[in-house]
Each structure stands twice: as structure tokens, then as C-alpha cells.
Design a protein around this ligand. Structure first.
Ligand SMILES: O=C(CO)[C@@H](O)[C@H](O)COP(=O)(O)O
Length: 236
């Protein structure tokens, strides 16, 4: 018999929130279906866009009830890890492509007491994570090219998520698999089937006319129904 699978975690991305009302945005997510709050830091060098950084994270932390999942789309992330932990990060994800000394950076994140994640861009092969997989708490598969919200989901991500799942199993790692970019009702179920544990969603959640709380609830219900359908298909 198949083991029941974990319900995926939902992580709304603050990049798409109303940045003029961050206190209200954070407070209204407090009792929502959000499991984590996803916080995208962009430096204008690793990615062609600049978002927000430490003071904004500190401000969000004051009102947040959920763990904060910091995604550093920056060069030389090793110089800022302690500062992001002190500002309120619970997990810190750095990019494979930004870290020539990735093993050291991952150990530094863990020593700070944060969950350590590594992100890969859409064109980065999953196999490059082979020698770091056993050290990771999280693998973030980018399903768009990083730098901007509101982009279209890249379908090849489904294959990459399955590859990450196999790689982690082979490494004996129970790291979570997170998917980020263009996530919506159209791809959430297949992503979970492929092995995703954490779904990041920005525009789908914050731009919906019914608002983020109702949209997260809808996503949660959709995934529960999807899971039930899958379970009945398995029993057939
Ligand atoms: O890291 C990024 C973009 O670089 C993402 O976290 C986006 O913020 C997700 O936004 P949507 O694609 O869901 O709008």
C-alpha cells in the first residue's frame, strides 16, 4: 500500500503583495492557508531586478505568524546570511549559480539555525546537485527565470521536479522540494504528483479578485480534491 503523502505547503510570495500595506498584507495571511511566507530578495546583479531586503524583512517579521522563507537572488549571498537570519528568516535559499563554494554556504546557513535551501534556474541541470543533495533541507526548482513575478510557468519543470525527487531519494535526503514561478490551479496538482512539497505562488494569490485568503483556501481545497482523486485512481 502507498504511504499517504504529505499535504503540500503553500507559500505566498510577497513580491506580488501590496507593498504599500505590508502590515495589513502580513496580518491578513496570519489565519490563512499559508504555511510559509515567501520573501524574494533581488539585487539587480544576479537577476535584472531589485526588490526588497533586510529592513523590509524585519518589518514583515514583526507581524508574521508563519515561518519566513527567504529566497536570495543575489550575488555573494554568503556575506548576508547572518543578517537575514537576524532580520527574521527561518529558511534561507541561495542560488546554485551564485555560489562557487556552495557546500560552505550551505553549512553556514545551517550553523545559523536556518533551514538551508539551494535554488536552480530553469536551465541548470538537476544532476549538478548530486554532491550537495545529502546536506540540503530544501531544493527550490525555479519554474520561471528568476527576477520577476507574473511570468508563465515553464512546463519542463515537471520533469525537473521528478528528477530532484529521484536524486534526493538516492541521496537518502528528506529535503523538501519547492517550486517557484507561475504556480496556479493549472499546474499545482501535477507538481505535487511529480514530488513538490512546497508551492510558492505570487500573482495567482495576490492578484485574484477574491483576494489572497480566499485564493489560498481555494488552492488548498483543489489540492485536497486532487489528492483524493489520485488515491482513488491508485485503488482502481
Ligand atoms: O522568485 C520569484 C521570481 O523571481 C517568484 O517568487 C515569484 O515572485 C513568483 O511569482 P509568480 O510567478 O507566482 O507571480
Amino acid at each position: 500500500m502507498n504511504e499517504p503523502r504529505r499535504a503540500p505547503l503553500l507559500a505566498p510570495s510577497f513580491l506580488a503583495a501590496d507593498l504599500a500595506n505590508l502590515q495589513a498584507e502580513t496580518e491578513r495571511l496570519a489565519d490563512s492557508a499559508a504555511d510559509w511566507l515567501h520573501f524574494d530578495v533581488m539585487d539587480g546583479r544576479f537577476v535584472p531586478n531589485i526588490s526588497f531586503g533586510l529592513p523590509v524583512l524585519q518589518a514583515v517579521r514583526r507581524y508574521a505568524r508563519q515561518p519566513i522563507d527567504v529566497h536570495l537572488m543575489i550575488e555573494e549571498p554568503q556575506n548576508y546570511l547572518a543578517a537575514f537570519r537576524d532580520a527574521g528568516a527561518d529558511s534561507i535559499t541561495v542560488h546554485y549559480e551564485a555560489c562557487p563554494h556552495l557546500h560552505r554556504v550551505v553549512q553556514q546557513i545551517k550553523q545559523l539555525g536556518c533551514r538551508a535551501g539551494v535554488a536552480i534556474n530553469p536551465a541548470t541541470p538537476v544532476a549538478l546537485l548530486e554532491d550537495i543533495a545529502a546536506d540540503l533541507d530544501l531544493v527550490l526548482v525555479m519554474s520561471v527565470n528568476p527576477g520577476f513575478g507574473g511570468q508563465a510557468f515553464i512546463p519542463n519543470t515537471l520533469k525537473k521536479v521528478s528528477q530532484v525527487k529521484s536524486l534526493l531519494l538516492d541521496a537518502g535526503s528528506d529535503a523538501l522540494i519547492e517550486v517557484d514561478g507561475g504556480v496556479s490551479l493549472a499546474n499545482a496538482g501535477p507538481l505535487v504528483d511529480a514530488g513538490a512539497d512546497v508551492l510558492v505562488a505570487g500573482n495567482f494569490v495576490f492578484s485574484a479578485p477574491e483576494g489572497p485568503v480566499a485564493t489560498l483556501a481555494k488552492l488548498r481545497e483543489h489540492l485536497a480534491a486532487w489528492d483524493t482523486q489520485e488515491a482513488s485512481a491508485d485503488r482502481r
